[in-house]
Design a protein around this ligand. Structure first.
Ligand code: SOE
Length: 378
């Protein structure tokens, strides 16, 4: 018999769907003591909340997140709102004694993030941030190879996250579909939305970063606001590139943009070590490229490992070797790990405190771009 874990989800956009799907699937594939129960979804628009509830099987709806937090039948709150609501909801949820699963980035900035960390620590509630790419099996395999010391001393960490969906000046800012372009709702542009993923993965794989030097650009200076219809100054970074140092002495080169025509979600990283290199590409997410200089010289070359075997991370829970899985499974894995953490007592990662480290790098990147100088992290 599994123990129910009653979920109250706030927000119902793209991430609401990704998380709901994960809650629905997780117990079919992972043997766990707890089972998420879709208790309630909360959104301001009653009809849309009901339609979402009907589609995913949520038992009830709320239109005010404060009412959701008052309910005794909610164990865990999943925050899928725009970034500017994360702090207020998370702190109130912690005070109400709820577990919290919060969409990335943790907060609008470090100041907010610190308050959130303090709140969950004071309340002693379980917390996690949805940096899902750690749970792509090939990325988790990269972590295993690095932890086994196969790369040796690491010299370089290179990452990009490229998209092209905001090139047209007709794309509005604000509103349900395009809040990511509105600085008031998102806090920042590609830095908080896309580079935050790259930074989370990088810190996880290669350790903390110490300082950065960055440049940002806003190519389209004004956009219509989707709700008011008024033209408004664009306050987000459309593109960002930065260099930096990791504590282990390796060099960081990161770039993100929503203006790379032809690229929809090209998240790639490459790590070069003394003995070996690793490369990964979200467009081919089930493969991990690995080059080992210690291989016999006449056969030395890049291997493309199809990460679908039973002894690859998470894969023993899915189909049979050779059959691959996709984007949505990274969320299933993250829920599985969260539920497992309830059994082991270990904090599910990344928790708010770990996500704050990513936030510190994001803040340093934005500060450096603004000041035109190197910025220390933290
Ligand atoms: C933006 O387009 C976005 O959806 C991000 O918000 C997600 O975090 C990223 O995984 C894909 O792109």
């Amino acid at each position: 018999m599994t123990k129910p874990l009653n979920i109250g989800m706030i927000g119902y956009g793209f991430m609401g769907r990704a998380h709901s799907n994960a809650y629905c699937k997780v117990n079919n594939f992972f043997k766990l003591e707890h089972r998420p129960v879709l208790k309630a979804v909360c959104a301001r628009n009653k009809d849309k909340a009901q339609a979402f509830a009907n589609n995913w099987g949520y038992e009830s709806i709320e239109t005010d997140w404060r009412e959701l937090l008052k309910r005794d039948d909610i164990d865990a709150v999943d925050i899928c709102t725009p970034n500017n609501l994360h702090k207020e909801i998370a702190i109130a949820a912690a005070e109400a004694g709820k577990m919290i699963l919060c969409e990335k980035p943790l907060a609008m900035d470090v100041k907010e993030g610190e308050q959130m960390v303090k709140a969950v620590e004071k309340a002693g509630v379980r917390n996690m941030v949805w940096y899902n790419y750690r749970r792509v099996p090939a990325v988790t395999l990269a972590k295993q190879l690095i932890d086994e010391g196969r790369l040796g001393r690491i010299f370089h960490y290179r990452a990009v996250f490229l998209q092209d969906w905001t090139i047209s000046a007709d794309v509005p800012q604000g509103g349900a579909a395009t809040w990511r372009l509105d600085a008031e709702a998102a806090g920042s542009g590609v830095t908080g939305d896309l580079l935050a993923h790259c930074i989370d993965t990088a810190i996880w794989l290669n350790g903390p970063m110490t300082n950065v030097t960055a440049m940002t650009e806003t190519f389209v200076k004004e956009r219509k606001h989707a709700e008011t219809g008024q033209m408004q100054k664009v306050g987000i970074d459309d593109a960002c590139a930065f260099l930096g140092h990791f504590k282990n002495g390796s060099l960081a080169v990161f770039e993100s943009t929503r203006y790379a025509r032809g690229h929809k979600a090209l998240y790639t990283f490459e790590i070069n070590g003394e003995n070996a290199s690793i490369a990964w590409d979200l467009h081919d997410l089930h493969r991990l490229s690995f080059f080992d200089h210690r291989d016999e010289s006449k056969l030395r070359g890049w291997k493309s490992v199809h990460v679908t075997d039973g002894d690859h991370p998470y894969m023993g829970n899915w189909w049979v070797p050779g059959l691959q899985i996709g984007y949505e499974h990274s969320f299933v894995h993250q829920v599985a790990d969260f539920l497992k953490s309830l059994e082991t007592g270990e904090p599910a990662q990344p928790d708010f405190a770990s996500a704050l480290e990513t936030q510190k790098v994001c803040d340093a990147v934005l500060k450096s771009a603004q000041d035109g100088k190197w910025a220390e992290v933290g």
